[in-house]
Design a protein around this ligand. Structure first.
Ligand code: ADP
Ligand code: MG
Length: 375
């Protein structure tokens, strides 16, 4: 067990890292952030910021030798970095899990190989020329870059087979996955923690609404039947077990009309759709990340009240001028979280707010009315 007073390390200085730092600090740990950006949301609040590349071995030596454990806030950190750091101290999640989750091709192959259901897909890795007899049922589809996609970036819609060639060129012929566009009734996510002792604790399931490929609103508990919730949690558990995963893991699902659950993607870290846990779970996803890393018993993740979280994107800032926060503060059941980002850009996640209420409907009505007032 890593005791309070020790220093923890985190790779990545974004908002997820920032909320990890704040959770760790409130439990008595110090945190060092490694991030190449001189001004990052997590770097601003951490005890120490190592401003260096993820493959800067001098910086990794420094991080590894001064931290009692290291975790990550994003999947695009090179797996070799995690492997290297694990020679110094406990690292979670491990390099192999992150290597799978950071590459859509590997992720889909891993999931398919282990018998999990996905939307129909085709791997386009440039190794093989496109055959003219490409499966027409994959269209309309979405072409997704295998690496570095987030918030719908690195994706293009492909209407029909004859548009695929141009779509691939628009992706600079990088390795891609073509996915059938499925008709979904809901999107949900299961976030869980798995400890080194293999204990698993699931967070309440969130229902997620996206706008332009970016998460907009998360509703908890999700409006799904209990049987579906049970199934989703079980699939998420099985994925964590198959990966021999240690850390916080998010599984994004598509729910189809016939009640079938398909896995969209997995994230080896806390997730935007789990931010409600900060305000309405006994243990937040970030405290849970600290607990896993430090080998503490996992916290209870039960929901205290129904909640709705709304993302605050840079679009709400006019000429870098923040919205009128009284629109949130005036509601005693609304909680504002800002990430300390200096520059607001369209589509950039600047913060979020969460509304708690007696019923999920009440929370949704108030959250949407605040969202409307802010725009
Ligand atoms: P990101 O890594 O950017 O989150 P996703 O693959 O999760 O990328 O896609 C973002 C969103 O786009 C999804 O949450 C969903 O709303 C929509 N989407 C992605 N793939 C599909 C698909 N195959 N069918 C229907 N909608 C999709
Ligand atoms: Mg996604």
């Amino acid at each position: 067990m890593i005791k309070p007073g020790a220093t923890l390390g985190i790779l990545g200085g974004g908002q997820l890292g920032r909320m990890f730092v704040m959770a760790a600090q409130s439990m008595g740990y110090a945190v060092t952030v490694l991030d190449p950006a001189p001004d990052s949301p997590a770097g601003r609040v951490a005890e120490r910021h190592l401003c260096a590349d993820y493959l800067d071995f001098m910086a990794l030596d420094e991080l590894g030798s001064t931290c009692a454990g290291v975790t990550t806030e994003f999947e695009n950190v090179p797996a070799d970095t995690l492997r290297y750091l694990s020679k110094f101290c406990p690292v979670s999640p491990d390099a192999d899990s992150v290597a799978i989750a950071q590459d859509r091709i590997q992720e889909k192959q891993f999931l398919t190989h282990n018998g999990f259901a996905l939307a129909p897909y085709l791997i386009l890795d440039g190794q093989h020329p496109l055959t003219p007899a490409i499966d027409p049922t994959l269209f309309p589809g979405i072409l997704k870059n295998s690496r570095f996609g987030y918030d719908g970036k690195g994706q293009v819609f492909v209407e029909s087979a004859d548009k695929l060639h141009d779509a691939l060129i628009s992706m600079n012929n990088r390795c891609c996955v073509l996915e059938k566009k499925v008709s979904l009734v809901r999107e949900i996510s299961v976030i869980l923690a798995r400890g080194r002792d293999q204990q698993i604790v699931c967070f309440p399931i969130a229902e997620n609404r996206h706008t332009n490929g970016i998460l907009d609103v998360s509703i908890v508990p999700a409006g799904i039947e209990e049987a579906i919730a049970v199934q989703a949690r079980e699939i998420a558990r099985q994925i964590a077990i198959r990966l021999d995963y240690v850390g916080i893991l998010c599984i994004e699902f598509f729910l189809l009309e016939n009640a079938q659950l398909l896995i969209n993607e997995i994230a080896p870290r806390p997730h935007n759709s789990g931010h409600f846990s900060l305000d309405t779970c006994i243990t937040s996803q970030f405290e849970q990340q600290v607990r896993v890393l430090c080998g503490l018993p996992l916290g209870n993740a039960s929901l205290m009240r129904p909640a709705v979280m709304v993302n605050l994107l840079g679009d709400l800032w006019r000429e870098n001028c923040a919205p009128d926060w009284r629109l949130i503060f005036n509601h005693p059941v609304a909680k504002l979280h800002l990430y300390g980002k200096q520059e607001a850009r369209p589509g950039r996640k600047m913060g979020h707010f969460t509304v708690l209420a007696d019923t999920v409907n009440e929370a949704l009505v108030l959250a949407l009315s605040i969202k409307q007032a802010l725009t």
